[in-house]
Design a protein around this ligand. Structure first.
Ligand code: PMV
Length: 354
């Protein structure tokens, strides 16, 4: 090939699951399908510079190491390197040119690091996009569909949920009978109708605990092996995803809220009932949940919560009630956030070339 050197820059957003991925098989195959809203403001921006090694350097590469430098916010970041090395090893069979190049990966997040917001989905998706751009430079005939599908597949091998951060506002990952083209290997845009109630849906992320994750997601997924409720939980995820197909079409926000909150609590219930067991919610997580329930009861405003594998709370609501919900958040919920911190986000479109 003739692509000697150059660079690309992609941004990729975080995403928030409505039906949760929790439990996986070999090769990052999910134990159940999941669906998420793509976020808009919380994203990783990654620049990938590449330079083809000359042959005399290349022959010296006899070990299994890829040749790359890693910068985080402009500073060398050695502790991220093993994760990237492992990712490159996993994807080398799909991108056989990787060892022909030296890479400089320069990455930053738009959200505060150590905010407790996982950057693995946005980070792995942004890197996967850049590597696909290089593959496209080498194979210009590649179709756009192939480009995005393979980018999502690569992102999945970095971090499972990252495959839902590539393209589309609502993304399904995992085989599901009623979702044509859905796959365990990559995320697909939700193919059915979505009611205008969900247009510009809002996600305000309340930072309850910005500490290091108590349970890494790798350990977390492993806890679903031999989990007493695993099989029932995996079946339930299929049922909930099916129910959401109808809900997205009809715009039934009450039904939406029931599924989304139940999924969040089920995720945490799985952690509480595994061996070893964990409680990842903090007292303020519960204060917030109770305050949301009270506010919803009193006002009939369709606002709900969801959770990741941590203490932070995502507050989800339609755009047309934004003003009232934001006022409620400021008056009653910010006090439960660490240093009063929260992030306003909403549904977005996926990765973008910068
Ligand atoms: O992508 P991972 O391996 O970090 O797993 C993410 C799991 C949850 O965030 C808890 C749920 C999900 O579907 O995003």
């Amino acid at each position: 090939n003739t692509v000697e050197s150059g660079n690309f820059q992609w941004s990729a957003p975080s995403n928030i699951a409505l039906v949760k991925y929790w439990g996986k098989k070999e090769n990052q195959i999910p134990a159940n399908p999941s669906v998420s809203f793509t976020l808009n403001n919380c994203k990783t921006i990654t620049k990938l510079a590449f330079a083809k090694k000359n042959i005399s350097t290349a022959v010296h590469v006899t070990d299994n190491n890829f040749s790359f430098d890693l910068l985080f916010e402009g500073q060398p970041k050695e502790d991220f390197k093993p994760k990237i090395q492992k990712f490159l090893e996993r994807i080398e069979i799909y991108l056989p040119f990787l060892k022909d190049y030296h890479f400089t990966i320069d990455t930053e997040n738009t959200f505060p690091h150590s905010s407790g917001i996982a950057s693995s989905a946005s980070g792995m998706a942004a890197l996967a996009m850049n590597l696909m751009s290089l593959e496209k430079a080498l194979n210009p005939a590649m179709s756009e569909d192939y480009f995005y599908q393979k980018a999502s597949l690569l992102a999945r091998l970095g971090s499972g949920s990252a495959c839902r951060s590539v393209k589309g506002q609502v993304v399904v990952w995992g085989n599901q009978a009623n979702i044509p083209r859905s796959s365990d290997l990559f995320g697909v845009e939700f193919p059915h109708a979505i009611h205008t109630n969900f247009k510009n849906f809002q996600d305000t992320i309340l930072l309850v605990d910005k500490g290091e994750k108590q349970v890494s997601s790798t350990v977390g997924h492993d806890l679903m092996h031999n989990h007493p409720f695993a099989e029932r939980r995996f079946a339930q995820a299929h049922e909930n995803l099916d129910a959401l197909i109808t809900i997205f079409e009809s715009g039934d926000l009450d039904a939406f809220i029931k599924i989304v909150e139940s999924e969040a609590l089920t995720l945490h219930a799985m952690m509480m009932t595994s061996m070893p067991y964990f409680i990842l919610m903090k007292p303020n997580t519960l204060q917030i949940i109770n305050a949301i329930w009270k506010f919803r009861n009193e006002t009939q405003i369709p606002v709900c919560f969801t959770l990741d594998a941590g203490a932070n709370v995502h507050v989800l609501y339609p755009e047309n009630v934004s003003e009232k919900v934001l006022q409620f958040i400021k008056d009653e919920l910010v006090g439960y956030c660490q240093n009063g911190q929260y992030i306003c986000d909403q549904i977005g479109n996926g990765a973008a070339l910068v």
